[in-house]
Write a protein that binds this ligand. Structure first.
Ligand SMILES: [Zn+2]
Length: 72
């Protein structure tokens, strides 16, 4: 939790914490922020080796559905 009273920027309603899931090879993983531009790789789709990975935390407004993401 970043702040106990995370409010929506659009409607000031309360937001709930969660994450955006990626489904890969039948597994569910959290989306990650990766530094730099995406480089295409024949084997893995996009090259991510040697780059910084940061898990993304996403807050969802329970009223309007607005999403706010943090990569910390
Ligand atoms: Zn809202």
């Amino acid at each position: 939790m970043l702040t106990p009273d995370h409010k929506c920027q659009k409607c000031q309603h309360e937001m709930e914490e969660g994450f955006i899931a990626d489904v890969t090879y039948g597994a569910v993983v959290t989306s990650k922020w990766i530094e730099g531009e995406p480089e295409k790789s024949f084997w893995t789709g996009t090259k991510t080796k040697g780059k910084r990975h940061v898990e993304i935390l996403t807050f969802r407004c329970t009223n309007c559905g607005y999403l706010e993401s943090y990569a910390k």
